[in-house]
Design a protein. Sequence first.
Length: 484
Amino acid sequence: MTSLPLWFDPARVFIGGTWRAPLGGDTLAVVDPSTGAEIARIARGTQADIAAAVDAAEAALSGAWGAMTAAERGRILFRLGDLVLQNADALATLEAMDVGKPLRQAQNDVMALARYCEFYGGAADKLTGDTIPFQQGFTVYTLREPHGVTGHIVPWNYPMQIIGRSIGAALATGNACVLKPAEEACLTALAFADLAAQAGLPSGALNVVPGLGAEAGAALTAEPRVRHLSFTGSVATGKRVQVAAADNIVPVTLELGGKSPQLVFADADLDKALPFLVNAGIQNAGQTCSAGSRILVHRDIHDDLADRLSDAISALKIAPAMDNADVGPLVSARQKAIVDGFLAMATPDQILAQAPLPGGLPKGGNYIAPTLLGHLTPDHPLAQDEIFGPVQVLIPFDDEDDAIRIANGTRYGLVASVWSADGGRQMRLAKRLQAGQVFLNNYGAAGGVELPFGGVGHSGHGREKGFEALYAFTTLKTVAAHHG
Ligand code: TXE
């Protein structure tokens, strides 16, 4: 059995460049989702730790970190990206064992984290203001300045990717960060903090306080000295974060998941589409904000696609994370109970296909059989609600208008895809789909660190990733000089 490759004590918080026990003295169990066994303890940070982390972040801003040039910040991010790559095996193993994702997926996440460090390292000194033509006798220009202390609340499904996109952009623009990782997934966040210190990031520029959402998380959102909040997680918690942000009048970026549609037309290349259609639903055991959980198909090819999808899903292999199969366990017994609850709503005729769970899976693991559902109306809760497990629904449509009505007919709007050989249709639908990203004859563009990402409706607001994120992590100052 693999042991956790820990080179730091995970039961500590990382504040002001040093590791110490949480002030409350309590710890939380790290449970391996593949087996149910406790494999480590993490700190249960509380309000006092968050306050200390904000103190440290403020000190960094008025000290070495705040004095750095954009180029120097970029250089640190490049070094950090290198260290991520040098420690890729350890990071991937930590993540796979902590959250249950197949090792291959954890390795992809490490690569994405390194790419975020590289991308934002390169972008740090390329964010510029404008000069604005104005009245005679004036010179007017804008400055892009960091908010100051930024708060980052990260979920458990893609910790490294979400840390990379959020912390990478915030550091590139000169903010000092307080990161509250999810209680189910703290190990790579702590490892990243250690690597950041090794890369030369000044003390206090990145602080990590693990803990419960209702304690450390709520304390971070309530802290008036935090001047920007970025949150990825559930709609319910996102609303709380937005309310807390309103109390302190701070901007907030919310990424809250979705029920993203994949539209398949009769002229689509089904051989090419099939692996994407399936992977968009089962990647990370369906625990993906941008999961393609609704497959909408033209009625003429419904039965053909249903057969192909059923064959592909029935052939999926499920195994513990380190065995590197197609699908691992869900992150927690709590998440498994949520998904089981959804599946219990399906009648037998609505289950079109289900991959068999192999015998011999560890008893304490949170395994769910990947499932394809059908014969349900677009307004059925199984076709409306985010399930966050390896479950997809197949829904027929009659024409483009019908496809758009169904695709846009949820409260979410994160991503969407169109599979069709007709270029005109691709362009029409790309405009009509309510989503932050639209993929034409692909899905997800392999993660696309460079591509702005975020939602509309209950999927949230604000954009992360790409150059766009740098605007969110800065505030604009206009300087008008009157010189006659
Ligand atoms: O989410 P929470 P949970 C969805 C998915 C899943 C459901 C529940 O549908 O089934 O959410 O997951 C922190 N103040 N997504 O309960 O509560 C918490 O500690 C401040 C979609 O895990 O939103 C963690 O760090 N913070 C999603 C983070 O919020 C609080 C990814 C996310 O937890 C807090 C994960 C509070 N009061 C779940 N309460 C996506 N968009 O990808 C909790 N937290």
